[in-house]
Design a protein around this ligand. Structure first.
Ligand code: PHE
Length: 338
């Protein structure tokens, strides 16, 4: 029996000489020490031995097991160490391109707001913010919107209480700023607005607007036109044209809706511009004297203009995006294109 154990050990020693890889060394370990390995086979011989020899033999097998484990572990360490110089000489090609780490991006809406901020910063506008949960006073009353105006109903505005709501327009910030500061005022106010619209390709119950307000002595409609033209040319490109159509807002007089030549078809006519060649991008006008009264500005002394644009809308026009819902789905395949 003892010879058998010696034989196992010397076989192992012979085998280790031929092994050069970690994988083969691990295999060797399984062959000797695994559940169906050689050492376990030796253990199985014990019951067949005479009773008085069993204990001694068992002890020797256990001792051999420890020796074998030491020999193989040493072998594993040795062959693993040899892999490193091998990587240097054979496997590691420093000319191969590396894996590019994935870098996140700003959401297209954030990018558009950043672009808008930049254009207006150059024209001397400061960026200000107002609350999304707003008093009815700032969303309607101070903006000269009569109590029976349809936009005040809960078909058009989310109410939290009778006098508290989710703002439906960023024009609220006009009032908040004028209450706090005296002219000259030159601000833009980006942010979220909420309206209970049914969601479809063009509507969402939440979207973004950027409000603009310029108040000083002698501000004219020509200034409004000049500033908007500058913005449109910078944001959409020099070849884009602008036109103003008379319109109505309770807080501006006169009021205008501003169109640009369709950036999708270049003004030739397509489904986006309903084959008219023009698309509306914002509302604007001269601040109504009633609004100045609400904030205790001298309406004889000051004039001003205001405008409000939809951020999703101009982003869609700039990039040819046909469905507003894409902005809110957080699909990386969409977002990574910007
Ligand atoms: N608040 C208006 C809207 O949401 C846009 C607007 C802003 C119009 C400022 C005129 C002046 O439609």
């Amino acid at each position: 029996m003892t010879e058998k154990l010696e034989e196992v050990k010397s076989n192992l020693q012979d085998e280790t000489k031929t092994i050069t890889t970690r994988k083969d060394a691990e295999q060797l370990k399984i062959k000797y020490l695994g559940r169906k390995g050689i050492v376990n086979d030796l253990m199985k011989l014990i019951p067949a031995l005479p009773t008085e020899k069993r204990a001694a033999f068992g002890q020797r097998v256990n001792f051999l097991k420890i020796e074998i484990a030491d020999i193989i572990d040493e072998l594993i360490t040795k062959v693993s160490a040899e892999v490193i110089p091998k990587i240097k000489t054979e496997l590691f090609d420093i000319t191969l391109p590396g894996k590019r780490p994935f870098i996140g991006k700003k959401h297209p809406i954030t990018q558009t707001i950043d672009d808008i901020k930049e254009v207006f910063a150059r024209l001397g506008f400061d960026v200000v913010y107002g609350p999304e949960v707003e008093l009815e006073y700032y969303n309607f009353e101070a903006l000269n919107i009569p109590t029976d105006h349809p936009s005040r109903t809960d078909f058009d505005t989310f109410y939290i209480r009778d006098d508290v709501l989710l703002r439906s327009q960023t024009s609220t910030v006009q009032i908040r700023i004028m209450e706090k500061q005296k002219p000259p005022i030159r601000i833009i106010a980006p942010g979220r607005v909420y309206r209970p619209d049914t969601v479809d390709a063009r509507h969402s119950f939440m979207f973004h607007q950027v409000e603009g307000l310029f108040v000083d002595e002698g501000v004219s409609f020509a200034d409004l036109k000049g500033v908007l033209n500058q913005f449109i040319k910078t944001y959409f490109g020099q070849n884009i044209r602008m036109r103003l159509r008379p319109s109505f807002f309770p807080f501006t007089e006169p009021s205008a809706e501003v169109d640009i030549s369709c950036s999708i078809c270049g003004g030739r006519g397509c489904s986006v511009c309903s084959y008219s060649g023009w698309v509306e991008i914002l509302g604007a006008g001269m601040v109504d004297p009633n609004v100045f009264k609400a904030v205790h500005y001298d309406e004889e002394k000051y004039t001003g203009f205001a405008f409000g644009m939809g951020v999703e809308r101009i982003t869609m026009l700039k990039y040819g995006i046909c469905d507003i819902r894409l902005f809110y789905e957080n699909d990386i395949r969409f977002l990574s294109q910007f």
